[in-house]
Each structure stands twice: as C-alpha cells, then as structure tokens.
Design a protein around this ligand. Structure first.
Ligand SMILES: Cc1ncc(COP(=O)(O)O)c(C=O)c1O
Length: 405
C-alpha cells in the first residue's frame, strides 16, 4: 500500500510551511502559526474527498479505532463482532476499551462472512466491525441489513482501503463511523496518523474531545476548556498532517496507477484456469492495492509459496495463512490473553474463549490465498516479467500435483 513510493516536492512543501512557523501542534498558538492549520485543512479535505460530514484526525489508525469505539459508547461487557483475518490493531482497539472481540469466519471476500456474523450475535453484541482488508470491501449490504435487524452499530475498519468505495460511497463513510490509517505503508500516508469519519454530529463532538484529553474545545483559551468526559491524547501533529495534505491531493493519481497495474497483473494470472480471484462485492470500488488470488488446495498454495521463495520472487506476495500479524491462527498472544497488566478475569476468559474457537471455514479460504501487493513504481515490462514468472511457478506446481493445470 504504497503512498510512500511517490514521495515528492509536494510533501516537502507542505511540511516546510509548518517548519517555517515552528508551530508543530494542531491546536492553539493562533498568532504565531500565521494561518497555517494543516490538520484542519486535512480534515476538510477528507470530508470533501470521501463524502463524510465530519472527520477527526488521530495519531494512528489504532487510536482512530479506539476513539471511534469509545465515542460509540462501546466498553465493558460489550461484544464486538470482527473477522479472523485482519491486523492485530483491530482487536487491540476493542480490548483497549474493555470490550470483547468476537472473531468470526471470513469467506472468499476475505472479510466477514455475513452468515457467520448472524450466528455470532448474542444479547451482548453491540457492534459489527468489518475490516475492509487489502484494499477491498466487505459485503456491506448484508452487514447493514443484519445491523438494522439487530439494532447493532456498524463500525468500518477501512484502515487498509483508503479510496475504495461500495456502490458509489467511500468505504469508511457508510457505517455509523469508519476509520483510516495513514501509517507509512498505507495507500496515502502521514508517516503516522489516522482518521475517524462520521455523518453524526453528536459522535463527532465526542471524537473531537476524546482525542484531546476530553477538552471541550468551546472557546479560544485552551486552558479554560471544560471536560464533559475523560479523554486521552491521540492528537496528530501538524508535521504529520502536512504530509497527509499533500498525499490526499495525489490520491486520484495513486489510485489510477494502482488500478492499471492491478488489471495488467490480473490479466496475466487469469491465463491459468486453476487460479480464482477474491470475490469483490462491488468490483468498481476496489482500490486495487492488492491482487488476491486462490489456488485449488492449501498443499499447492504452499508449494507455490516455497517455489516463489526459492526463485527469489516471493517479496510482495503475502501468504497470510502463515503470517504472524494478520491471521488468527498465529495470534498466540491473543489466544493466551497475554497482557502486561491484569485483565478482569471474566474478560480474560471471554478473550481466550473467542480466540480459540474453530476457524476451519477461514482456514479453508486463507490456506489457499496469496495476495500480491501492487506497486506504483512498476513499469509495464516489470509487470509482464513478474506476472510471467509467477505463472511459470504456478503451472509448475500445478503440474506436479494431481490437479491438472
Ligand atoms: C486493518 C487495520 N486496522 C488498523 C490498523 C492500524 O493502523 P495504524 O498502524 O495506523 O495504527 C492497520 C494498520 O496496518 C490495519 O491494517
């Protein structure tokens, strides 16, 4: 997810504006900042670009999720349904507000299986948190229907899907709230940063205060702020926001290149009949940051991964099934509820219970999936070369197996 690949004078210029004044903080210092408000400008640009009424910048995607969960009133004893395939930050944020992450299976969309969501609902379920993994979307129509039927909150973790959409609406703007990550390897980056988007004013007021120690931001004197609730410091800095401001203006350019490169690589892999591709509920909305594809069996997939490794063409191809960061199979720290401080014993028991359930349906999908990350830097020749080398390995391994290629 390559915003960082096209670093330019545009980012340098925005950062230099901030360095000129030396006002690195997003609030206050109205005189010395000489009209430079990068964080505010970026929030306005997020609203305009993605069609959200409100946007609150945060220090990271993780703090964006924590902030959104808190503002949505999620906490003690609440169950939040979330997928078995995500980045660890998704469940970290749920735990950090004292709620219980209830993991459910993913399907061939690589996101929440709506039937599995239905089965996981209990009287304690408060929210469904789909994760739009690898640049593309969950089956949002099905999830919205479930949330309406059961009066559940829908919080979109769109940290990996900036610029993707579903039926014309930007991912992250469809649920009660949605989050982006602008860390260094996201589609656009601030170096570190995140955002929560919502169309609800009541929620936005909470997001705004929560990320700045609960200060109510009512007057111009920060020292006179009151505290309607307890908050934390999840602020972004002006330097980080400045980078994001340059990047958001370049997002259409990033997405155009990404879609072109994705299509070229997909056309090459599609020549192999035994390859199938991730199901995308709205193909027009795919941000195309990854091309995710399936082989017929886990055994063949492993053989392909090993052969790509042997031939030095594995980098950029992710076999999530064995990945320590993204798939529940490898989250031993979660399965043991290993924390540095004591969890309430009931929460600990719940965490262990939900993390150690049977995820055979997810295994059947993830064990056969490889995601190829799409670079903005590739030339047409490099794509052709990469694709052909991959096809050659895949055909070789299919031929060795019992599945005809
Ligand atoms: C799905 C998902 N959620 C949340 C995050 C957290 O974002 P950050 O790294 O900005 O804290 C990430 C980051 O990789 C992510 O991939």
């Amino acid at each position: 997810m390559p915003g960082y690949e096209l670093w330019s004078d545009k980012e340098r210029k925005e950062v230099n504006d901030v360095l000129q004044t030396g006002i690195l903080m997003r609030y206050g210092f109205d005189g010395p900042r000489k009209g430079i408000w990068k964080s505010k400008e970026l929030e306005e640009a997020i609203c305009k670009t993605f069609g959200s009424k409100y946007a609150q910048l945060t220090s990271s995607g993780t703090s964006a999720l924590t902030t959104a969960l808190s503002a949505l009133g999620i906490g003690y004893d609440d169950e939040i349904i979330t997928p078995s395939f995500t980045f660890v930050a998704s469940f970290e944020s749920i735990l950090s507000v004292g709620a219980v992450p209830v993991f459910v299976d993913v399907d061939d969309t690589l996101t929440l299986n709506p039937d599995a969501v239905r089965k996981a609902i209990t009287p304690k379920t408060k929210a469904v948190m789909p994760v739009h993994m690898c640049g593309s979307m969950a089956d949002l129509d099905a999830l919205i229907t479930i949330c309406k039927e059961h009066k559940l909150i829908l919080l979109e973790d769109a940290c990996q899907s900036i610029g993707a959409s579903y039926k014309g609406k930007a991912l992250g703007t469809i649920g009660d709230a949605g989050t982006f990550s602008f860390d260094f390897v996201k589609i656009m980056t601030c170096a570190e940063g995140g955002a929560v988007m919502t169309n609800r004013e009541d929620l936005y007021i909470k997001l705004d205060g929560y990320t700045d120690h609960g200060h109510d931001h009512k007057g111009t004197d920060r020292g006179a702020d009151l505290h309607p609730f307890i908050g934390y410091n999840y602020r972004i800095s002006e330097l980080h926001a400045a980078v994001g401001l340059a990047q958001i203006k370049r997002l259409p350019e990033f997405l155009t290149i990404q879609k072109k490169n994705h299509e070229q690589l997909k056309n090459i892999l599609a020549q192999v009949p035994d390859i199938s591709f991730r199901r995308i509920p709205d193909p027009a909305g795919d941000s195309c940051t990854f091309l995710s594809w399936f082989l017929p069996t886990e055994e063949i997939t492993r053989a392909v991964v090993n052969e790509m490794k042997a031939q030095g063409i594995l980098p950029g191809n992710f076999y999530w099934y064995d990945n320590n960061w993204h798939y529940i199979r490898k989250w031993d720290h979660l399965k043991n509820a290993t924390t540095l401080n004591a969890l309430h014993p009931d929460l600990k028991a719940q965490v262990i219970h939900h993390a150690t359930k049977d995820f055979a349906a997810s295994d059947a999908v993830m064990g056969r999936c490889i995601s190829t990350s799409i670079s903005l830097m590739w030339t047409d020749e490099q794509i052709k070369d990469k694709g052909e080398k991959m096809v050659s390995v895949i055909k070789k391994m299919l031929n060795k197996s019992s599945v005809p290629s």
